[in-house]
Design a protein around this ligand. Structure first.
Ligand code: FES
Length: 103
């Protein structure tokens, strides 16, 4: 796994773990989900509805929705605008994303 965090001159919050598709990812208090996933080398956050093309972080400021993931069962959550929380369960979003039980 690629590690992409700056190691020197940065003060981080408390270290904890989140899950991405069942895999453990390290995050720090104050980081967005996108920051934690990027630091872990994850580039695909969702797949397009019709052709399944991979998409990932693009604008990083909440405008493009390319970073839509499922967080604790809630689809269309922008990873770049959502803080990572200890134990949160993130899933790569397939297509438009549906709430559990939604047709
Ligand atoms: S990367 Fe554009 S909304 Fe998150």
């Amino acid at each position: 796994m690629t590690h992409r965090r700056v190691e020197h001159g940065v003060v981080r919050g408390r270290r904890f773990e989140i899950l991405l598709d069942g895999r453990t990812i390290v995050a720090y208090e104050g980081e967005t989900i996108a920051a934690a996933l990027t630091a872990a080398g994850v580039t695909t956050l969702r797949r397009t509805p019709k052709q399944g093309h991979p998409r990932g972080m693009f604008c990083g400021i909440g405008l493009c929705w390319e970073c839509a993931v499922v967080v604790d069962g809630v689809p269309n959550t922008r990873a770049c605008q959502t803080l990572a929380t200890p134990g949160c369960c993130v899933e790569t979003q397939e297509g438009l994303g549906r709430l559990e039980g939604e047709a």
